[in-house]
Design a protein. Structure first.
Ligand SMILES: Cc1cc2nc3c(=O)[nH]c(=O)nc-3n(C[C@H](O)[C@H](O)[C@H](O)COP(=O)(O)O)c2cc1C
Length: 204
């Protein structure tokens, strides 16, 4: 599904399809991170489950599966706890998401042995979640700007469970719904990336 074909405010939601030097999967090209979400929209539970299943089936180092998730639907106490942890602009826009998913890395196993790739594996799981959700017509916006200690305390997490990101999921809305001019400008700005050649340290 392209952003143009979403049923709510279709013409108002920007299309931000990536420009690539070779074709990539449409879901990857069309995924982007909005800040404007339909605040009244409850999450489609089947799509949420599918996104979490995609995360569950992501690869991980030695199949150690260190990714854990705190899932909080809008209106729940957990959602309010997570919303209160958001910092800066995140606190302004993210409360209209339908769901927050806190990405938590289990950084040590049951014997206390460090899991070196835990955060890498968590990121990969959330990448899979993002792609599945976008494929299913949801939008996703990951955030690093939050108070880690507030999440630790609010959800009684032990040292071995490290909150790394908060991901907002929901249905994208018109940029007009954003409460701030700066946010509206950012919502309409084109997506940019470094040239591919800049990423290739070696390409023999
Ligand atoms: C680990 C991580 C942390 C991020 N933190 C924030 C954040 O705190 N606030 C925010 O608005 N966006 C945040 N983002 C979103 C990025 O800014 C966004 O993915 C990037 O600008 C590329 O835009 P695109 O996803 O639309 O392609 C974060 C993304 C990642 C992966």
């Amino acid at each position: 599904m392209t952003t143009e074909t979403l049923t709510n405010s279709p013409s108002a939601i920007p299309a931000k399809t990536a420009e690539t030097s070779a074709p990539i999967h449409p879901t990857l090209a069309e995924r982007w991170s909005p800040r404007s979400f339909e605040a009244a929209q409850p999450i489609d539970e089947a799509k949420l489950t599918a996104a979490l299943e995609a995360a569950r089936w992501a690869p991980s180092a030695a199949n150690s599966q260190p990714a854990r998730f705190i899932v909080a639907r809008r209106g729940s106490d957990a959602f309010a706890t997570i919303a209160a942890s958001l910092m800066g602009f995140n606190a302004v826009w993210a409360g209209s998401a339908s769901v927050f998913v806190v990405g938590v890395a289990e950084v040590a196993d049951a014997d206390g042995k460090p899991r070196r790739w835990a955060e890498y594996d968590l990121g990969q799981a959330l990448a899979h979640l993002s792609v599945q959700a976008h494929h299913d017509g949801l939008h996703v916006h990951q955030m690093g700007g939050f108070d880690v200690d507030a999440i630790r305390t609010g959800f009684s997490l032990p040292e071995s469970l490290v909150p790394v990101t908060i991901t907002a999921l929901g249905t994208a809305a018109s940029p007009d719904a954003l409460p701030d001019d700066t946010l509206r400008t950012r919502e309409l700005a084109p997506r940019t990336r470094l040239p591919l050649a800049d990423l290739l340290l070696t390409n023999e």
